[in-house]
Design a protein around this ligand. Structure first.
Ligand SMILES: NC(=O)c1ccc[n+]([C@@H]2O[C@H](COP(=O)([O-])OP(=O)(O)OC[C@H]3O[C@@H](n4cnc5c(N)ncnc54)[C@H](OP(=O)(O)O)[C@@H]3O)[C@@H](O)[C@H]2O)c1
Length: 300
């Protein structure tokens, strides 16, 4: 298999991709210092040097609230860079795997979102990721855009680790209960990406696999339900918690204002990905339990 180039090597998904793709052949994972998505010359130099046949692009400006007052850098990394990478891929016959987000939707749909549903991003981050998707589609490159949600992992900063820390420090905590979605582990995203690459490499007609796919764990919960599950699992794993489940209070979005507006419904229908690539997606609790178990509490 030809060289696989992974961007954002230090990110949650970038880190897990190095594990999951490692056995597939030559994988080059580049950090921001080695391939800066805010700098066209840096991107093109890395692509020219590595000449990848497959490019996997999890690097992104992911500070959702900061992006509201930092529009230009968010647009450079999330909207412009994917287009530059995709045009290089189109010119050199490479396949591009790119990641996007549930935040391209406004969250007003009652059911899980399907790939073809109308987008209506409510934040600068959501808009920047939508523009990135559109740039990839317009490039003519063979591609898979994988939209995911509520990402967490053993490596990096995320909601799961924040709740785990706060549950050890605080005796009371309020968490939003009127936004629903599927917590999705970076490991699951990386493993599904590997299957996508394997199917594309084995396909007689890889062009037919180009498109946009939803990729999340199955089932759904609110941020409050997610936090409660983390607390229950951590307690069972032997973490010494200051917080009890009774003291974990559900609140509404209006009681927890943030600079960026988030969708009330972040649920994504993943049927297309499961059917086209034969991927089985686990319930969201499985990945949370794995990561909490790996973040072993300090032993006395
Ligand atoms: N996190 C979520 O909840 C979530 C939800 C839905 C979709 N997604 C999407 O899933 C993908 C992976 O997300 P993630 O959670 O793995 O993100 P992450 O942990 O925040 O990692 C993002 C990575 O991008 C890198 N990066 C930022 N600016 C860069 C630049 N100018 N040049 C090169 N690299 C740059 C960061 O580098 P540094 O390490 O140097 O900062 C970091 O390693 C992204 O496309 C994201 O939009 C994420």
């Amino acid at each position: 298999m030809s060289t696989i180039l992974v961007t954002g090597a230090n990110g949650q998904v970038g880190f897990e991709l190095q594990r999951s793709l490692g056995a597939m052949g030559k994988v080059i994972a580049l950090t921001r210092a080695e391939m800066d998505l805010a700098n066209e010359a840096s991107m093109l130099a890395a692509l020219r040097e590595q000449k990848p046949g497959i490019i996997v692009n999890p690097a992104a400006y992911t500070a959702v609230d900061r992006a509201e007052s930092d529009r230009e850098p968010a647009m450079a990394v999330n909207a412009a860079a994917p287009g530059i990478i995709a045009r290089w891929a189109a010119d050199h016959g490479a396949f591009l795997i790119h990641y996007s987000t549930d935040y391209v939707f406004d969250g007003t749909k009652a059911e899980p979102y399907r790939e073809e549903d109308a987008v209506n991003p409510q934040s600068v981050y959501g808009e920047s990721k939508w523009r990135g998707e559109e740039a990839v589609r317009a490039s003519g490159a063979r591609h898979a855009i994988l939209r995911t949600s509520w990402v967490y992992g053993h490596h990096g900063s995320n909601f799961l680790k924040t709740i785990l820390r706060l549950a050890q420090e605080r005796t009371a905590l309020n968490v939003v209960a009127d936004q629903v979605g599927a917590p999705t582990s970076a490991a699951l995203i990386a493993d599904a990406t590997r299957t996508v690459i394997e199917r594309i490499a084995a396909s007689q007609a890889p062009d037919g696999l180009s498109g946009t796919y939803h990729l999340t764990a199955q089932g759904s919960t609110s941020w409050h339900g997610y936090a409660a599950h983390i607390v229950r699992t951590a307690s069972a794993e032997g973490f010494k918690l200051a917080l009890t489940l009774d003291a974990l209070k559900p609140i509404s979005t209006v009681e927890y204002p943030t600079p960026a507006k988030r969708p009330a419904n972040s649920r994504l229908d993943c049927t297309k990905l499961m059917e086209r690539f034969g991927i089985a997606l686990p319930e969201w609790q499985a990945g949370v339990d794995d990561v909490v178990a790996r973040l072993q509490p300090a032993k006395d």
